[in-house]
Ligand binder design. Structure first.
Ligand code: KG4
Ligand code: ZN
Length: 356
């Protein structure tokens, strides 16, 4: 095995992930432990619970990825680990584990920015050249950036309050969709997408967020307030208890999804026009990469396709497996940095660790 080998470790939120990858991006072994079921039952992530589950699983997950790869610790060229952004308690588990590992085996350490890793994962799957536009939409993030290089990102906009996945999760929780026969054990965002298929979005008209903000930032908290108020009004009209509305749940889901989709599309459109006006995108095959859990929503993808078709951009959405958190995306970012010799620390160096 002549290629350099990287072990990637991810614990920034609620997935404990590890993967071993060679320099070409070939996944030699991976393992992923998801806490999502536990957090679905408690109605959201409790950081101390997430930390405990990471602590309980990190050793096994890394060992599995290593065993599946057939690579020994001594054969590794570096260990790459998410150091920010994320939940401090969750990040700490991956970081402590990795720092002990690199000290023990005397390997270089590559600190990884979780959002940069999401943005670059697409390059593991196909040759996308810099610069390209990235939209990241998940339960924790919502941002638009221009990826100009492995360690060079121009932030164009981000959420001023909450992320779109978080908003949909909260609406789903307010509607008690976890008890809905079609929606048990799926995320709030998935439940909204599923029910919206049978809903009429025009039955509820929510005001589009940030109508007069001439930038590329996002805001979803105002929409969530509007949806909550509509749910309350309907519950009152129908004389039912909180969280037991049945009649118009599909319509509320459809209107919520539509408003989220059109807000994301409008801000993305604005970012594309800005980049074009400033000559920041290549004239040949300019590309928009969309990633994060919310990117698996087909309605949102279709809405974005309209934007890219009308502006002449190529839309790339990696398969859902690569849109969500895992060790593979971290290993890939490690490979990209190793190839360019960027951000590689020796096992004795201090690591600056700040969760935000
Ligand atoms: O990227 P991810 O797995 O985890 C982080 O947030 O980091 O994204 C999870 C989020 C959740 O909020 C979930 O409700 C949302 O992505 N999501 C969706 C869909 N699938 C997952 N939102 C809308 N439509 C979907 N199909
Ligand atoms: Zn993520």
């Amino acid at each position: 095995m002549s290629s350099r080998l990287v072990l990637g470790i991810e614990t920034s939120c609620d997935e404990t992930g590890a993967a071993v990858m060679d320099e070409t991006g070939l996944i030699l072994g991976e393992s992923l432990h998801s806490q999502k079921e536990v957090h679905l039952k408690t109605g959201g992530i409790i950081p101390t619970v997430a930390q405990r589950l990471h602590r309980e699983n990190i050793g096994r997950v890394v060992q599995e990825a290593m065993e599946r790869s057939g690579v020994t610790q001594s054969q590794l060229s570096a260990v790459a680990t998410t150091v920010k952004p994320g939940l401090a308690l969750s990040l700490g588990i991956g970081l402590d584990f990795s720092l002990n590992f690199v000290k023990l085996h005397q390997k270089p350490f590559i600190p990884i920015h979780h959002m940069e890793a999401h943005a670059l994962t697409v390059r593991m799957l196909q040759p996308v050249v810099f610069p390209f536009l990235v939209l990241l939409v998940s339960g924790g993030h919502s941002l638009l950036a221009l990826a100009r290089g492995v360690d060079d990102f121009l932030l164009l906009g981000q959420t001023l309050d909450e992320a779109p996945g978080d908003t949909m999760d909260k609406v789903a929780r307010r509607l008690s969709l976890i008890k809905h026969p079609k929606c048990s054990m799926i995320s709030g965002g998935q439940a909204i997408e599923l029910l919206a298929q049978d809903g009429d979005r025009l039955k509820f008209l929510f005001k589009p967020p940030m109508g007069v903000h001439y930038d590329c930032n996002f805001s979803f908290a105002g929409l969530r307030n509007q949806v909550t108020m509509s749910i309350q009004k309907k519950e009152k009209e129908e004389g039912v208890e909180q969280g037991t509305l049945l009649s118009c749940v599909n319509d509320i889901a459809a209107a919520t999804q539509h408003t989220v989709a059109s807000h994301i599309a409008k801000r993305t459109h604005r970012a594309i026009l800005f980049c074009k006006a400033k000559g920041l995108l290549p004239s040949c095959n300019p590309t928009l990469v969309v990633s994060g859990g919310v990117a698996s929503n087909q309605y949102i993808r279709k809405t974005l396709k309209i934007v890219t078709d009308t502006t002449g951009l190529h839309l790339l959405c990696p398969p859902s497996k690569f849109c969500t958190d895992n060790g593979v995306m971290i290993a890939w970012n490690g490979v990209e940095r190793l190839r360019e010799g960027k951000g590689i620390l020796s096992h004795t160096e201090e690591v600056n660790y700040e969760p935000k």
